[in-house]
Design a protein around this ligand. Structure first.
Ligand code: NAD
Length: 258
């Protein structure tokens, strides 16, 4: 962190839905400085990456697009800038680049920066383990009609938590939607369903059922600001450790243990 104790941040995507929330909060925070914003070529308000003195940057906060991962991974690794990464819809190739960057700098990656969702994840793991491997689990997520990936990164993370808690590999048991003559439900399956509706910020439901009882755990994000608040908490967490030379890939478990 800067000697002045002000956390110096670059935000990706100043005109994006998340970028706008982040810029507003950083500008209003006494302990933070918005050094610059970067974005797509020609994006209004964005600065060219080459024009930024990265020695004076503590954290890159990035809610953008998978196409930006290669550039930002190289940038953060080269300059030792901590990377708070919220972009979802990433593939294995991007995830490998993120892992490589985390060998050289701190990367705080979360599919959902809400503290409530981190708690939900922990509760889902607990419930899945308690009800056992034969319980039916169906995850239903709703998001605004602009969202480009499905199911949401959060829904996948919840499914992963449930599968791991009951000793399954998600890839072996996941079932994306149902249509036609699909036959009876396969025991142990985890169903995933995506709704796209108006301006819904983010709603996740995890249904768990046995033959004799049913449980519904759910979270409703009411304002996109919840993700920005979490991302800036993550930025503060990184800044406090970056000066100590910390590297590695962490997630919301460091803010919400258990
Ligand atoms: P958006 O489309 O409103 O904004 C995306 C921004 O990224 C735009 O400013 C765009 O110009 C910029 N951008 C796109 N491609 C780029 C590139 N190649 N290089 C640099 N900048 C680029 O989207 P949004 O709703 O703000 O969401 C952005 C991402 O964050 C999505 O992947 C979304 O799923 C994810 N998201 C994550 C969380 C979380 O908590 N982890 C919460 C909300 C959204």
């Amino acid at each position: 962190m800067a000697a002045s104790n002000v956390l110096r941040i670059v935000v990706v995507g100043p005109t994006g839905r998340m970028g706008q929330q982040l810029c507003q909060r950083i500008t209003a925070a006494a302990d933070m400085e918005l050094v610059a914003t970067i974005g797509r070529p020609g994006e209004g308000g964005a600065t060219a990456i080459a024009a930024i003195d990265w020695r004076g940057v503590d954290v890159l906060v990035d809610f953008s697009h998978r196409d930006a991962v290669t550039t930002h991974a190289a940038l953060c690794a080269a300059h030792g800038v901590a990377w708070v990464l919220g972009t979802t819809g990433l593939g294995a190739a991007e995830q490998a680049e993120i892992g490589a960057a985390a060998m050289r700098t701190l990367v705080f990656q979360a599919a959902n920066f809400s503290v409530g969702v981190a708690l939900l994840r922990s509760l889902v793991a607990q419930a899945a383990q308690a009800l056992g491997v034969d319980a039916d689990i169906e995850i239903v997520e709703s998001h605004h009609h602009h969202k480009v990936d499905a199911p949401s990164g959060t829904a996948l993370a919840l499914a992963e938590a449930a599968a791991t808690a009951r000793g399954q590999r998600l890839a072996d048991v996941v079932r994306h939607g149902r249509h036609g003559l699909v036959g009876p439900r396969v025991p142990g399956e985890i169903g995933m369903h995506a709704l796209r509706l108006g301006e819904v910020v983010g709603h996740h439901q995890v249904h768990l059922a046995t033959a004799t009882e049913a449980l519904l755990l759910q979270h409703d994000a009411r304002d996109r600001g919840v993700f920005a608040d979490g991302a800036l908490r993550a930025a503060r967490w990184c800044a406090a450790r970056r000066g100590l030379g910390a590297v590695g890939l962490v997630g919301m478990e460091v803010l919400v243990p258990g």
